[in-house]
Design a protein around this ligand. Structure first.
Ligand code: FES
Length: 106
């Protein structure tokens, strides 16, 4: 699937994310600035925070308790559609997903 990432300055980039890999992994591999992922995808750092576009929020699997708790500690403002990109695993259904990056991760 292809996921569109919108930076805080409004610039958009399309990321090819292989099915079964996380959005965070694809973002790091393809040099997306603004995803830090200090913990390497173990749902421990909240530096892979993204805002999912509102029309997509209900189409993702729900938050785990760990993800929910971590998002409370994210550096940038938490919003209703905040997610950890390491916990979003690409599936064909997510083709066209749009996420925005917060203004900071640490
Ligand atoms: Fe650390 Fe996602 S990479 S919580």
């Amino acid at each position: 699937p292809t996921v569109t990432v919108i930076r805080p300055d409004g610039a958009r980039r399309d990321l090819a994310v292989a099915a079964g890999t996380s959005l965070m992994q694809a973002a790091i591999a393809q040099g997306i600035e603004g995803i830090v992922a200090e913990c390497g995808g173990n749902a421990m750092c909240a530096t892979c925070h993204v805002y999912v576009a509102e029309d997509w929020a209900d189409r993702l699997p729900p938050l785990s308790d760990d993800e929910d708790a971590l998002l409370d500690g994210a550096a940038a403002e938490r919003r209703p559609t905040s997610r950890l990109s390491c916990q979003i695993t690409a599936t064909p259904e997510l083709d066209g997903l749009v996420v925005s990056l917060p203004d900071r991760q640490v």
